[in-house]
Design a protein around this ligand. Sequence first.
Ligand code: AMP
Length: 187
Amino acid sequence: MTDTAAQVRGDSGPEVAALVAAQVLDVPDFPKPGIVFKDLTPLFADGRAFREVVDGIVAHYGADSFDVVAGIEARGFVLAAAIAYATGTGVVPIRKAGKLPRDTFSASYALEYGEATLEVHRDAFGAGQRVLVVDDVLATGGTAGAALDLVERAGGTISGFTVVMELGFLEGRKRLMSRTVHALLTV
Ligand code: AMP
């Protein structure tokens, strides 16, 4: 284990947590004063690290535990597509308001920096289809809560919720209470 690995934690162990930690850029005061934005684009751009992240998520759940991957707009799409490809499953987009062309369910919620609405197509999932929901960052948990509710309203069964990075001090897990969260890195 490296020195860095000893100092970081995550639900798939310190090695992958350290790999993520080494690639995250903190951007102060974005998109608003007082918010430290966790920029994962360097991690996504690094082929080896990106593969380890995707493989880490797949290993945690097992390729047979879900039928489809739902990605939360927009950075969740990047991860969802890769996980789906790696497991031979499909992708469903959970989008911001007004982007999906057909009938949707929608849910509004408060963000760490503002308010937002998410939508999913009403017919996105077959009855009882097992859905892995994925996003880049878990902050207050509002986004995840809305996304998970939408999946269930559309007929899906939640297999899991996974993020690359969790901001533990914002207590998103507490807000999600009954949901199980998997985070590769918790800070
Ligand atoms: P929340 O609903 O507060 O858990 O916010 C999570 C959503 O907002 C995710 O889709 C993240 O991409 C984004 N987000 C919130 N806070 C941050 C942050 N500090 N850095 C990067 N993304 C964030």
